[in-house]
Design a protein around this ligand. Structure first.
Ligand SMILES: [Zn+2]
Length: 350
């Protein structure tokens, strides 16, 4: 089989514009806005390179659309097995997208500050339980990158630690300050580093790394921010094909990187972190410690055994087959649901 034949057979989702589910009228409108902005150049995409530095001809295209039916070029690097968005929005376009379209496309609805903060607090308690046995009785500085209202930080604040949060969306800050979380700043990580030099005993970054353009840069900056033996809690979605039944549902244009445990461990070790705990309830949580043995300037350039890559491809194909087998059942369930609603409506009218 030639390489081009092989490539064709790996494309699971061509760019046919079809969404994974029926979109709401609001989602249809925002989808059209995004498509128009891509066409008229208001949103610009840029070619992305794999974190291992492999060349374009070492990528296999897996999908050309996301779950909304928007253009999304998802490839697998045959050198390191990372799956990523090879054609992401450039920095300016991404900032505009998060401001104008993100919430409506993802159907997130109006923000309920209180319940968002409470959900964060519950998750923050889990992070605290993980980290506390390595912190002991020390009082430390805690930084949350992408902090929202500061619900994670509230847990550590109540335990007497000094807390600070940064987020590019400052709408939640006023609610956080009513809870006593004072140091919340509208800053990117590089901006924050320019202004703050103190080392941190714990850095938290949850569901941020998959969105950024430069994950290696972020991991290196966090490494520099940590005190000796400092801790880092990182949480990202789990994109391991063997844990998935519906591959297309996972694809969303806001995600630039689709990590799995294997890739993530390689990446973290090469960026100078030691894995203390790994939790996988649904997403992947890593509690890490700044390793003493990091080589200055060492970057991720992991070449993996080809068997790892072929196994991942086999899993992706299987996940897709499961999806295709399930699809008629999902359609049937939707159809029966509609019939039931009509019958209930007729019964009530009678
Ligand atoms: Zn790679």
């Amino acid at each position: 089989m030639s390489r081009s034949d092989n490539k064709k057979s790996l494309l699971l989702f061509p760019n046919d514009g079809q969404p994974r589910w029926e979109l709401s009228p609001q989602q249809e409108i925002v989808k059209e806005h995004i498509q128009n902005k891509l066409l008229n150049g208001e949103y610009k995409t840029v070619p992305a390179t794999c974190l291992c530095g492999a060349a374009q001809d070492e990528y296999e295209i897996l999908a050309l659309k996301d779950r909304y039916g928007l253009f999304h070029k998802v490839v697998l690097c045959t050198k390191c097995s990372l799956i990523f968005n090879a054609s992401p929005l450039d920095r300016d376009s991404a900032a505009k997208f998060y401001d104008a379209d993100y919430r409506d496309l993802y159907n997130l609805g109006p923000i309920d500050e209180s319940s968002a903060f409470q959900k964060q607090y519950v998750r923050g308690s889990v992070i605290y339980d993980l980290a506390s046995r390595f912190i002991g009785t020390r009082k430390i500085n805690v930084l949350d990158i992408g902090c929202g209202g500061g619900g994670y930080l509230d847990v550590f604040h109540k335990k007497g630690h000094d807390v600070v949060g940064i987020d590019l969306d400052s709408r939640h800050f006023s609610y956080g300050s009513t809870k006593g979380i004072e140091k919340l700043y509208k800053l990117s990580l590089p901006q924050f580093i320019e202004q703050h030099q103190q080392p941190f005993g714990l850095v938290i970054m949850s569901h941020v790394l998959e969105h950024v353009q430069d994950p290696l840069g972020h991991l290196n900056m966090i490494h520099d921010l940590l005190a000796l033996d400092g801790l880092f809690y990182l949480e990202v979605p789990n994109f391991d094909p063997k844990d998935k039944t519906d591959f297309l549902t996972e694809l969303q244009n806001a995600h630039n990187w689709y990590f799995d445990e294997f890739v993530m461990r390689n990446l973290l070790v090469s960026c100078g972190f030691e894995v203390l705990e790994f939790v996988k309830p649904f997403h992947m949580g890593f509690l890490l410690r700044k390793a003493k043995s990091r080589l200055p300037g060492r970057a991720f350039s992991q070449q993996v055994n080809p068997q790892v890559v072929s196994e991942k491809l086999r899993m992706l194909r299987m996940a897709n087959r499961r999806h295709q087998l399930n699809e008629p059942l999902i359609q049937l369930r939707c159809f029966l649901g509609k019939i039931k609603r009509i019958l209930v409506w007729l019964w009530v009218k009678k």
